[in-house]
Write a protein that binds this ligand. Structure first.
Ligand SMILES: Nc1ncnc2c1ncn2[C@@H]1O[C@H](COP(=O)(O)OP(=O)(O)OP(=O)(O)O)[C@@H](O)[C@H]1O
Length: 532
């Protein structure tokens, strides 16, 4: 890609970018939030047209009007949000839209097996996608792209949702692809990983390429400084601020699926003022349901939730929020923002009855707008103004806006689901500082995160959730990400205190019941019927 420029109203997302990817290499793309990485990849994948610049593939110029054009030149993309149909099998998902390649029967199945074996993906064609864990789904996405003949794969933050062991497996897959002469471009904010797997690194800062780095000669800190363009401050070490005063008490919380199977089973915990309680678990083990129950999006079937000295179990979400419950949702697009609305309206979202958004009865746009400007400034939300839509911000900047909004209301209890997902290292440190500072003033936090360094680094107390139950405690001071990763997949380690046996499948019990949150673990090539 040469001399790529792309302008949006008020923003130059890419300015004269150069990117050169070698055949048979893994090439990482790093940069701060809003630096222009996704835009560049969307251009390469034919989703957006550059205003200037050229793309050359294998020595010939390419002009992409759509992803189909890019695919025909061997370029495929695995998006961060998987795009699979849950109720279809791996085979059906793979052939969908590409039936012309190898049909939908035996030939397609053979091709899938062939690709899976060749690159060590371990994908079962007849597995249903809804039964697969996150890592397996990702392998299906990679397989889909390879099936369409991709020789260059673009992966957008592929490790954001994986535990360390799964990251290792993914990197193994990438090495296989590389050995077969394929090229991989991946975007990541995890600089340690970037340095361990990439052959080449291109750094983008404020829309333009500022340099390349040689992984073997670079430290994560140097890479971060190249991204930011200045020296990074040394992070402060935090001392414990946990008090004796219980702020949130959850007792025997149970949430049942439609069929009566427990999604949350006998969940009990206490979070004190000044305490961060981290919940570790592979996605899909009940975390979403726990958050929904605490914010009031789902009613509990039994159990109690007490905030300070008031029982809030039956309260509506709005009342909980007015009493000081902050909420950073897991899925910022579905539950955190109105993508088509301006930033300042998004600042009001979820806090319509509170100052400075309203006087109690009327909305007060002026003060809300002023406060949005303050949030943009304080949280370094990169935007041309507060009237642009939330959808036009880069992913990391959308996240900063949400965190800024929630923290602005000085919550007493903050539900933080993946608070720094998609956020660059600089902004991540800043968000952690904000949370720590509020914690010093007594904030209680429930932290859910797939980033184990974040969980271990920020939590005062760690619990492991597995199949809807809290099965073990871990000490953040001594546990390593690898040990925690093993605990999350159901294996016990020396640093854990198990206080409930991990639920097992009873004889004849149907573990494929979709009502049960399937633990997102295991490999796709496990024999059919084996308990996951
Ligand atoms: N469709 C759009 N309309 C308007 N502005 C856009 C659009 N897409 C991206 N931008 C702007 O272009 C810039 C680059 O955004 P991009 O998503 O490429 O950043 P990024 O490096 O991928 O960031 P992140 O790490 O946060 O995902 C940002 O300022 C963003 O607000």
């Amino acid at each position: 890609m040469s001399g790529i420029t792309k302008r949006f109203p008020g923003v130059v997302a890419n300015h004269d970018i150069h990117l050169s990817v070698r055949k048979g290499s893994v090439h990482a793309l790093v940069g701060e939030n809003g630096a222009g990485k996704s835009t560049l990849m969307k251009i390469l994948y034919g989703m957006q047209k550059p205003d200037e610049g050229t793309i050359t593939v294998d020595g010939t110029t390419a002009v992409f009007g759509s992803p189909a054009d890019a695919i025909s030149r061997g370029i495929g993309m695995v998006h961060q949000h998987f795009m699979l149909a849950d109720n279809l099998t791996v085979l059906e998902n793979t052939v969908l839209g590409s039936e012309k390649l190898h049909g939908i029967g035996g030939a397609a199945r053979r091709r899938i097996k062939e690709i899976s074996d060749r690159y060590g993906l371990g994908v079962r064609p007849d597995a249903r996608v809804e039964d697969l864990g996150v890592a397996d789904r990702q392998r299906v996405e990679i397989l889909k792209v390879l099936y369409r003949g991709a020789t260059t794969l673009i992966l957008d933050e592929p490790t954001a949702v994986l535990v360390p062991q799964e990251v290792d497996a993914l990197f193994g897959n990438l090495r296989e692809l590389k050995a077969e002469g394929l090229s991989v471009i991946f975007i990541s904010h995890k600089l340690g990983e970037v340095l361990s797997v990439a052959d080449d690194i291109t750094v983008i800062r404020r829309g333009t390429t500022v340099g390349t780095a040689i992984p073997s000669e670079t430290t994560p800190r140097q890479l971060a400084e190249l991204m930011v363009g200045s020296e990074l401050p040394t992070p402060e070490t935090a001392e414990s601020t946990v008090t004796e005063r219980a702020l949130l008490q959850v007792e025997g919380l149970k949430l049942l699926a439609d069929g009566g199977r427990p999604l949350l089973d006998d969940i009990s915990f206490t979070i004190h003022e000044g305490e961060v309680l981290g919940i570790a678990g592979v996605e899909g083990n009940g975390q979403t349901e726990l958050v929904d129950a605490l914010i009031g999006l789902k009613g509990a079937d039994s159990g109690t939730i007490v905030l300070a000295d008031e029982e809030i179990t039956g309260w509506a979400t709005r009342r909980r929020r007015e009493k000081g419950v902050g909420y950073i949702p897991e899925d910022r697009h579905r539950h955190g923002l109105l993508l088509d609305s301006p930033l300042w309206e998004n600042r009001i979202l979820g806090h319509v009855t509170e100052r400075p958004n309203s006087s109690g009865f009327w909305l007060t746009p002026g003060p809300a707008q002023d406060d949005t400007r303050r949030i943009v400034e304080e949280y370094d939300v990169r935007t041309p103004g507060i009237d642009v839509t939330a959808g036009s911000l880069s992913g990391g900047n959308q996240q900063k806006l949400i965190v800024g909004r929630e923290m602005s209301h000085k919550p007493r209890f903050l539900i933080a689901a993946h608070p720094t997902r998609g956020v660059d290292v600089g902004a991540q440190a800043q968000i952690w500082d904000q949370i720590r500072e509020a914690r010093r003033e007594g904030l209680a936090v429930l932290l859910i995160s797939a980033d184990l360094d974040e969980l271990i680094g920020l939590s005062d107390t760690l619990r492991v959730i597995y199949r809807g139950r809290l099965v073990a405690d871990a000490d953040p001071a001594t546990i390593t990400p690898e040990e925690l990763g093993s605990a999350m997949t159901g294996a016990a380690t020396g640093h854990l205190e198990q206080h409930a046996p991990a639920p097992q499948a009873a004889e004849g019990e149907d573990l494929d019941d979709p009502a049960v949150p399937a633990p997102r673990t295991g490999t796709a090539d496990e024999p059919e019927g084996e308990a996951r």
